[in-house]
Design a protein around this ligand. Sequence first.
Ligand code: AVJ
Length: 346
Amino acid sequence: MVASTRDASVDRFSLVRAHGQHDDFAHDVRLGLTASPKTLPPKYFYDDLGSMLFEAICRLPEYYVSRSEGEILGSFADEIVQSFGTPVRLIELGSGTSRKTRVLLDKLIQRQRALEYIPIDIDGELLHQTAQRLLEDYSDLFVHAVVADFRRIDDVLPPLLATGSQQRNVVLFLGSTIGNLDRGDQKELLRTVRRVLFPGDMLLIGADQRKRKDILEPAYSDALGVTAAFNLNLLVRMNSELGAQFNLNNFRHRAFFNEEEGRIEMHIVSSVSQSVRIEALDIEIIFASGETIHTENSYKFDDAEIAALAGETGFAVERSWTDSRRFFADVLLVAQTAVRRTGDSV
Ligand code: AVJ
């Protein structure tokens, strides 16, 4: 192929967009704020400011999550890549900036020379930028980016995984992003992943571990107030994007560990009784004093839970790695052979 005047990386890049998967902030705000109790989906944290605030959260002394997983990948990248076995094709759900993935890319390219990487993210702009950086830094990398909600990979992923049967597909789902999903949705997502994979393919999943409340809670209510800003940014977004009139002085951030559910909950608390107009939706939202908008769940896991989740979704636990404080785990699952009886599916 002649590509002399072009950047060689052109031939190593593709980007596809899944159809009908754009976010509808206005629609989801109407649904969430007219419901009882009031809720908003956590995916709306991540506008430009929100993504910067999340990056800042990752540098907070109290927020151990990304540091613990960074330690695992830093210490065990060799072992992790060895456990993949044969040459692999790497797929990543919610890839973002692919920052933590780079240590695995390094090792994989050393081992197998060329590597195909399929990052999947809902943010097309970020995906494009990230892919360009990766192509500059890795001359043997082929990037097939997919703009999609990772919960709806059914239609986009199968054609990309159908070829190259000598490669094992390895799906990365890092950072305990799975913890944002409720238990039913966690199962559904793993089933979806299993359905697009072949027996022997793998899933490396990051799971924040259950631990003491006095470590968990400060990680989500830091002293600098960065997590509070991250949470309340949802109000800022509604003000600027939907012509809402939230007065930020009348709302507070709250995060606590719900022991029974095994999850951190984040809420925005109305500190007074008030009514707030949202122009774009032509509605008034009424808040009692102390009433909350539930904005996020962050589930915490133990080994037995992950093993059960794997077993119920067509995977088995191959190995797992943890940081020195045992705060976080990256667990390698292997797709099992589908057992098909009539009317039975994985
Ligand atoms: C990106 C979902 C893993 O749950 O710890 C950080 C998001 N929320 N601080 C988490 C988050 C508040 C984070 N995840």
